[in-house]
Structures are given as C-alpha cells and as structure tokens.
Write a protein of this length. Structure first.
Length: 277
C-alpha cells in the first residue's frame, strides 16, 4: 500500500529571498473561542483616492477638523512612500486612527509611529500596515478579498481596515483586556463583516477555515503549522518572523503540501505567544 508523504521545510526565519517549503510539525491542540460580532453598516464620505467610495461611520465623522485633513495627509504620505494599491490607501483613509489610541496620544495618531495600547502591546505604524496589506492583496485589481484571518487584534485598528478590503474578516486576540478594548473601539463603527474572537491565535480558527488571506501582527520563530494548514491553496499569509532580528515575510500556498516564502523587509513586532491571558 502506498503512503502519501510530506516533506518538511526549514523554519521561515532561516529562509532569505524566495524559496519553496513544506510546513513544519508544530502545535496539534485546539482552543475554544468566545466569538463576538461587531455589526452594523457603514455610511458614506468623500475621499480623493481615485477608486474609493464615500464613507462615513456613525459616531466618527471623517469630515471633522481632525480626521478629514489628517487622514488625507497620512494616505498621501503613504502613497509618496511607495504604497501604490489604491484599495489599501482608500481603506486606510476611511478609518480614523485617533479612535484607537489613548486620548493623550491622539496628537500622534496620524504620525507614522507605533503607539502603546496597553498590556505591553502597540498599534502598528500606518506604513507597516499598508505594506502588509499591499503584500496580502498582491496587486489585485479586485476591491475585496473573500475571507481574511488576523492574528493579534490589539486595539482593533487593523481589523477595521481589513474589513474594508475583504468580504469576511475574523480577528483573534489572546489578551482578554485587548479583546475587550477592541470591542469598545469598534462598537461605534458598526462593521458588519468583522468578527472578533478571544483565543490562542497560534491555533487560528479552523472552524471557519480556509482563508485566502492571513495576517499576523506578532513575530514568531516560524509560522505556526495551524496557520499554514488554514491557508487556502492560492492564498497568501504575511507575518513577521524572527526574534532579535525580524523580517516581514510573505507565504503563498501553491499546492496541498507546498508553500513558497519571500522576504519583504526588516521589521520589529512584539513576540507571538501561545495561550490566553
């Protein structure tokens, strides 16, 4: 009797440039998730990004003196820095970042800096988010991906942006206080296609897999086996890899048992951890 075999890859942290690999043997246990839906619907606003649709969120008018000008300035800076995907630029330009940081830090909300959000975690720089989303979309001309999984909800800012570029978004957070913070931050935006989960992100969400996009907001030594399994064939995963020296990497699943990785850039993220707290 013939037996189907799999070959296993080197850890992604050891891969430089582009390579093919098979997924490593990793965690096999599963977790239970407390699922919370943040629902509602967006309205409209005017924006100067060519392919955008006007949007206004309840409780957060983007025509205000702070958000309107600063959002436009931020997306213009991202475009000048090399972000060319207008879908990504439009999505970022629709989400008021100051709603996701402490009031005392709101003056820095639209600068290209990471800011503390509590529990020793940070909200990523807009340029980092834009770069990851552009890699995830792979230059697609389609306005929306089908289903995206985010590992590391944090304050909810990136999840809100992802909901603008995908039909369905699932976001997992392992720190209870941040899961609750994201729920509060997102409530006024009333985003119908975003679901928040409290659980171990290293296990993914097998009950709603596969995903055609996975984005990881914390750095591990390698991509967890569960996440590679839950990536659809043809899907793309973007994650920071490494400990002291980290690189942002793109993983593409090209067949049932084959993945390809590409190193995108150096980066710095908080560490990816198991379990919940």
């Amino acid at each position: 009797m013939s037996k189907k075999t799999k070959t296993f890859p080197l850890p992604l942290s050891s891969v430089m440039g582009r390579s093919s690999f098979e997924k490593p043997d990793y965690f096999g246990n599963r977790s239970r998730f407390d699922s919370v839906t943040v629902d509602g619907r967006p309205g409209k606003r005017k924006t100067d990004v060519p392919e955008s649709k006007p949007v206004r969120f309840q409780g957060a008018s983007l025509n205000g003196p702070v958000a309107s000008k600063t959002l436009r300035s931020m997306t213009e800076r991202l475009a000048r820095a090399g972000i060319a995907d207008t879908v990504v630029l439009n999505a970022i330009g629709q989400i008021p970042r100051h709603l996701f940081v402490e009031p005392g830090l709101s003056g820095q909300a639209y600068e290209d800096v990471a800011l503390p959000i509590g529990a020793h975690q940070t909200i990523s720089k807009p340029s980092t988010i834009a770069k990851m989303l552009e890699a995830l979309r792979a230059g697609s001309r389609q306005p929306c991906m089908k289903k995206i999984l985010e590992i590391g909800t944090g304050c909810g800012y990136q999840a809100a942006i992802l909901a603008k570029i995908a039909n369905e978004v699932y976001s997992v957070e392992r720190i209870k206080s941040l899961h609750e913070l994201a729920r509060r931050n997102l409530r006024s935006l009333r985003i119908a296609n975003l679901r928040l989960h409290y659980g171990d992100g290293m296990l993914g969400l097998p009950q709603v897999a596969p995903f055609d996009g996975i984005i990881v907001a914390a750095a591990g030594v390698q991509v967890p086996d569960a996440l590679l399994d839950q990536l659809a064939i043809g899907g793309r995963l973007v994650a920071p890899i490494g400990l002291e020296r980290q690189t942002l990497q793109l993983v593409e699943r090209v067949s049932e048992n084959k993945w390809e990785s590409t190193v995108l850039d150096d980066c710095h993220f908080v560490p990816l951890r198991r379990g919940t707290v």
